[in-house]
Design a protein around this ligand. Structure first.
Ligand code: NAP
Ligand code: ZN
Ligand code: ZN
Length: 346
């Protein structure tokens, strides 16, 4: 299947137009036209080899929404014309205890990413969502509600699920005080979900210009790191803090904001290790945790929740020619709040 997209030809090089071939449909495969593809900061980390050596040419992109155009002979989950969503992985072992529990992102054999890896049991490099067509095994795609603005749906497939999953796992809801660190692509979805779940929500940001937006999204408080006196006054205030910051932060400072038995969940993934004095944990029986995207059943649950609550990402829709500029603007925290590529323009 001939596919047009944008690829990173080699490490640190700008993206450029690239045409490539996707596999013919297997029995369980679905073919689709991509409508919109989101730009996640993880794409930038990988395109710039901030997470170690990568595979080039690389077509990044793991926030995909499209419409089904063709079906393999064994497909029962989708029909032609259905809206379909694809996220951060396209396969897993299907047999380990985590896969059987619907937690494919934690597959003991390793999930197969949407790009920058080889397709499972294959020498073909997986190519991601900065492109106009896709082929996916039906078991690794989900249904998208018809009532949502589609450009705002694409980021749900990574940014959305990555915040929905820990909010549900650590039971954000009425009576819980939740803080979201970083109001970027992930963080703004965290605000929307935590508000919809009924929690009291605070944004901890280093960008004073985002205050009004955060409050418009439903946040109850907005605190600016280091320049806001009230930041220090929030010691022992939160049940749950979700760290979505893409850069290094002094994590102890934030741990101090947790109540007794509170949890700080690491979600942002900069390349350097974190150091902390463990007294900050011990002194208030606090937990430091991590969380990665969500499995297929939870992805579907999240999209259904978005359909019911009319939740989508706030996006800036761009043409593919703008991707390189969008990367630079994302790195400087200058996006409201996710870049999404119009896939009809490749
Ligand atoms: P993003 O849109 O660039 O947002 C990151 C936010 O972090 C920025 O908007 C900014 O918020 C804050 N920030 C950036 N630089 C900062 C600095 N120097 N100091 C303090 N704050 C800073 O990125 P994203 O797409 O949301 O991704 C965020 C991180 O999560 C990335 O590292 C990504 O790889 C990772 N990620 C993890 C998972 C997972 O499953 N765990 C999934 C997807 C992505 P303010 O302007 O409000 O301060
Ligand atoms: Zn992502
Ligand atoms: Zn598995």
């Amino acid at each position: 299947m001939e596919t047009k997209g944008y690829a990173v030809p080699k490490a640190n090089a700008p993206l450029e137009p690239w045409t490539f071939t996707r596999r013919e449909l297997r029995d369980g495969d679905v073919g689709l036209d991509i409508l919109f593809g989101g730009i996640c900061h993880s794409d930038i980390h990988q395109a710039r080899e901030e997470w170690g050596p990568a595979i080039f040419p690389m077509v990044p992109g793991h926030e995909i929404v499209g419409r089904v155009t063709s079906l393999g002979s064994a497909v029962t989950k989708f029909k032609v014309g259905d809206l379909i969503g694809i996220g951060v992985f396209i396969d897993s072992c299907r047999r380990c205890e985590n896969c059987l529990a619907g937690l494919q992102q934690y597959c003991l054999g390793g999930m197969t990413g949407t790009y920058n890896t080889y397709e499972r049991n294959s020498t073909t490099v997986a190519m991601g969502g900065y492109s106009n067509k896709f082929v996916i095994d039906q078991d690794y795609a989900v249904h998208v509600p018809e009532n949502l603005a589609l450009e705002g749906v694409a980021p749900l497939m990574c940014a959305g699920i990555t915040l929905y999953s820990p909010l549900k796992h650590w039971e954000a809801g009425p009576g819980k005080r939740v803080a979201i660190m970083g109001l970027g692509g992930l963080g703004h979805m965290g605000v929307k979900f935590a508000v919809a779940l009924g929690a009291h929500v605070t944004v901890l940001s280093h960008s004073p210009s985002k205050r009004e937006d955060a409050l418009a999204m439903g946040a109850h408080e907005f605190l600016v790191l280091d320049s806001d006196d009230s930041f220090a006054e929030r010691k022992r205030s939160y049940d749950l803090i979700l760290n979505t910051v893409s850069a290094d932060v002094q994590i102890e400072k934030y741990l101090n904001l947790l109540k007794i038995d509170g949890t700080l969940v690491m979600i942002g993934l900069p390349s350097n290790p974190v150091s902390l004095g463990v007294g900050t944990l011990i002194g208030s029986r606090r937990s430091l945790a991590g969380s990665m995207i969500g499995g297929i059943p939870e992805l579907q649950e999240m999209l259904n929740f978005c359909g019911e609550h009319n939740i989508v990402s706030d996006v800036e829709v761009i043409k593919p020619q703008y991707i390189n500029e969008a990367y630079d603007r994302t790195v400087s925290s200058d996006v409201k709040y996710r870049f999404v590529i119009d896939s009809s323009a490749y």
